[in-house]
Design a protein around this ligand. Structure first.
Ligand code: ATR
Length: 276
């Protein structure tokens, strides 16, 4: 019998770690599957997805810049994908294309289980108000932080996001602020901006960083991301990057597709050696 076929689809795609991650999950769990990378043309995402499933493909992970397009073309959405407005996981159910989004679950799992960061009752500051932040807010809010403040260079986008998630129960205070007006005592600061791609930093006051403040960058780098280096230089001790989130979101997708939960710790360790 032939192996079930899965792939990650994006543009560009050659640097994606997903084939390696899912390859390790498959050998660890004994699941008979093959996982490849597909570069879809920028104007040909839908056709590429349709062809993939037409030739028997079982599931896709979707990455930049197609997460919104994946959401648009799906016939059904998980609750967390519905709120995210973007999908990173696709599969078919009785011929219906289903969209899921496992990014937020990946972030939460990495914080809770890999780094022992308590979220219930915590005061959380998240930087950025683009697709990456929107994608993680619903699972983050389900953990019932005391406070969740969204700060962004363009404050109107942060306000819109806060309004969009205002109906999620349990959070004492959900709001938005511009960087220069963020004050207060935060337990966890998450960078969800792409500022470091331009060698920039969100202009945040160093007063926000204490030795106990958890710093988390959703991006990852061989040593430190620009943001994490800045935090360490200013006294942060608990500093994490997004490599664990990457592996955890993949594990969540693997479980959605296969019904089997892979172990993530050995996979994170293996990737860390490779990126070092
Ligand atoms: P993504 O899918 O990575 O979230 P995006 O939707 O383009 O991509 O959002 C990028 C985020 O990074 C936004 O919050 C953006 O701030 P603006 O909404 O003000 O544009 C933030 N960002 C990008 N470059 C930045 C920079 N140089 N300084 C601060 N914030 C930056």
């Amino acid at each position: 019998m032939k192996n079930d076929l899965y792939a990650v689809i994006g543009h560009p795609i050659s640097h994606s770690k997903s084939p390696r991650i899912h390859g390790l999950f498959a050998s660890q769990t004994g699941e008979a599957l093959e996982y490849t990378a597909i570069q879809a043309p920028l104007n040909g995402f839908e056709n590429t997805v349709t062809e993939f499933f037409a030739r028997g493909g079982k599931g896709l992970n979707v990455t930049v810049p197609f997460k919104e397009a994946a959401w648009q073309m799906a016939g059904r959405h998980s609750a967390r994908a519905l709120k995210a407005g973007a999908a990173n996981t696709l599969y078919q159910d009785n011929g219906v294309l289903v969209a899921d989004n496992t990014d937020g679950a990946g972030l939460v799992k990495d914080l809770l289980h890999n780094h022992q960061v308590a979220l219930k009752g915590a005061r959380v500051l998240i930087l950025g108000a683009g697709g990456a932040v929107r994608g993680v807010l619903a699972p983050l809010l389900l953990e019932q932080p005391h406070t969740l403040v969204i700060a962004n260079r363009t404050p109107a986008k942060a306000q819109n996001l806060a309004a969009l998630f205002a109906d999620v129960a349990g959070v004492t205070w959900l709001g938005s602020q511009a960087y220069d007006s963020v004050t207060g005592d935060f337990d966890v600061i998450i960078n969800g901006t792409s500022a470091s791609l331009q060698g920039d930093l969100p202009p945040l006051s160093v007063e926000l960083i204490g030795a106990d403040t958890v710093i988390y960058d959703m991006m990852y780098a061989a040593t430190n991301t620009t943001f994490n280096q800045w935090a360490r230089d200013n006294g942060a001790k608990r500093v994490y990057d997004g490599l664990g989130m990457l592996v955890e979101q993949a594990a969540e997708a693997f479980e959605v597709w296969r019904g089997v939960r892979p172990q993530t710790a050995p996979v994170i360790a293996s990737l860390r050696t490779l990126t070092a």
